[in-house]
Design a protein around this ligand. Structure first.
Ligand SMILES: C[S@@+](CC[C@H](N)C(=O)[O-])C[C@H]1O[C@@H](n2cnc3c(N)ncnc32)[C@H](O)[C@@H]1O
Length: 512
């Protein structure tokens, strides 16, 4: 689907693909050792390596093509996310609190007697059901019941000790970062209260240190599964080995309906033998400050990847403020040192901003951005207009607003695709073009961001190229063609959409 543009990108990226390898091989005090067995090497396209900085990680054992499957494996354990609503223990769907269906045996909430997750280890297993039978929930205390869900996933892992020792062994091998987590004032006491004490109050005899370790294993290694707004998380025996990079080289999907709830990790770009196979632990559409804080907070290390180390984030200027003196770009002087000042990038301009002022400004803008309703088209447009003299259009808050707009134009009330005037269609196309320039860098190849921007959904099973929503002239300075398409009427556009519908319903899709 992306082949043409993508090939070009591969050429350009030749050097950068080697970046990860270089970083790993030459960073200080690292000892690389191979831990894969000879048998595994034969069949796998990756091999496991070790470094003092990253622990275990995987690299391509041979050249891997973009789109190729790297890992496909069932889950070791699946369970509710922390902070989820009242959900079915079998299928993780939200439960109507006024009409709770209960498991016949243990009386815990399930969606129905025929929930597909009943009796499965990826849902409400028989051994969990037997354990919970002696701890029926108190439905007069719904808040407490919701809180108790935080202990369910750790309990599911602990139950594997007896129910499925190989799975227990596999998950026990994962990093828990106990020392780093213990030193933090927030995580350890929260887990002590919500998980350790809860399991103790249920009369289940597990060593508190072991429960904390399982909490750590989940925090460091679990994947959210089930799409956006997911209520479930899962551990996988191999996929956890993917190291972090802020320009990831893979995408992954999980299959809710397949037994074992398998994960599929695909190469989003081509890898050369030896290249790091990576995943982004943060949201790629955030700036370096935010991504690094999130990764430190949730995964316990400071990222210093190529994107983080570059003040212009690989040429995207995704964190750039507008210089109040010369309208140039204000960027961090040393992006890996969050307390260092920011400065205008223009030679003649010596404008600087102390780090504290940047953090405050960013917080204020983020708070305002977060107030915008997810479906509010004018809200996002107003934000862009209001801060045009404060943020460069490439700033990630502008990109986030544009990304929302790119998805909302054509999809929500008052902006349905068949009703949109040319000005709005053109706006959507322009926004998508702006976004693609950045997405090509931060999520290159077969990525979800690129996919949702290149294509626009025009029906339940049909998509068209966004750029094909309206015809434009590409000759002579990109002037519009002075003919009937210039101001394509609603009828004409409907016609094009209809044709596109019949032609492109079978567009190849990235499995996502
Ligand atoms: C999901 S685990 C990955 C597997 C882990 N390396 C191991 O040996 O078990 C995530 C942890 O790996 C390490 N890690 C992953 N990517 C890293 C990176 N780019 N830089 C430094 N540490 C990294 C961090 O310790 C992080 O908390």
């Amino acid at each position: 689907m992306y082949k043409k543009g993508h090939k070009k990108k591969q050429k350009k990226r030749g050097k950068s693909d080697g970046r990860n390898k270089e970083n790993i091989l030459h960073s200080d005090k690292e000892e690389i050792e191979e831990v894969s067995t000879a048998d595994e090497k034969k069949s796998l396209c990756y091999e496991i390596k070790y470094s003092d900085v990253m622990g275990r990680y995987i690299v391509a054992a041979r050249d891997i093509k973009a789109g190729e499957i790297i890992i496909e494996e069932p889950a070791l354990a699946v369970g509710p996310c922390t902070g989820c609503a009242l959900i079915c223990l079998g299928c993780y769907r939200e439960i109507d609190e006024n009409n709770i269906n209960k498991c016949k045996n243990c009386k815990w909430p399930v969606c129905s007697g025929s929930c597909p997750g009943q009796g499965k280890y990826t849902g409400h297993s028989t051994y969990e059901c037997e354990t919970l039978r002696s701890i029926p929930p108190d439905y007069s205390k719904l808040e407490d019941l919701r809180d108790s869900y935080q202990a369910l996933m750790p309990l599911r892992c602990l139950l594997l000790k007896k129910a499925d020792p190989p799975k227990w062994q596999a998950l026990s091998a994962m990093e828990a970062h106990n020392e780093l987590r213990r030193a933090r004032g927030d995580i350890w006491p929260t887990n002590e209260k919500n998980v350790v004490q809860r399991i103790k109050s249920w009369g289940l005899e597990y060593d508190p240190e072991e429960i904390h370790t399982v909490c750590g294993i989940l925090e460091v290694n679990a994947f959210e599964v089930g799409g956006s707004g997911a209520n479930a998380r899962a551990l996988y025996d191999r996929a956890y080995l993917l190291a972090h990079d802020c320009t990831p080289s893979t995408t992954h999907t999980d299959s809710e309906r397949t037994p074992g709830r398998p994960i599929t990790v695909r190469a989003s770009i081509a890898h050369k033998a030896g290249d790091l196979i990576s995943l982004c632990y943060a949201y790629t559409l955030q700036g370096t400050l935010k991504r690094r804080e999130h990764i430190k907070h949730s995964k316990f290390f400071w990222c210093s990847c190529r994107r983080c180390a570059d003040r212009a984030e690989l040429g995207t200027s995704a964190s750039a403020f507008r210089c109040p003196r010369c309208a140039g770009a204000v960027l961090p002087e040393r992006p890996l040192q969050r307390d260092q000042p920011w400065a205008c990038t223009r030679d003649h301009c010596h404008y600087t901003m102390p780090a504290a002022a940047v953090h405050l400004l960013l917080q204020r803008l983020t708070d305002e951005y977060d107030q915008i309703d997810a479906n509010d088209v004018p809200g996002f447009e107003n934000f862009l207009h209001k801060y045009r003299n404060v943020l460069l259009p490439s700033h990630y808050l502008c990109l986030s607003a544009k990304h929302s707009l790119s998805q909302l134009y054509g999809k929500v009330t008052d902006y349905m695709i068949h009703e949109m005037p040319d000005t709005e269609l053109n706006r959507k196309i322009d926004i998508c073009r702006d976004l693609m320039k950045v997405f090509d860098v931060i999520e290159p190849g077969y990525s979800r961001l690129r996919d949702s921007t290149v294509f626009t959904r025009i029906g339940p099973n049909s998509r068209v190229r966004t750029s094909a929503l309206i015809r434009r002239s590409h000759g002579g300075g990109r002037k519009r063609r002075p003919e009937k398409n210039q101001n394509m009427g609603a009828d004409h556009r409907q016609d094009i959409l209809k044709r596109a519908l019949t032609k492109s319903t079978q567009l190849r899709r990235i499995k996502s």
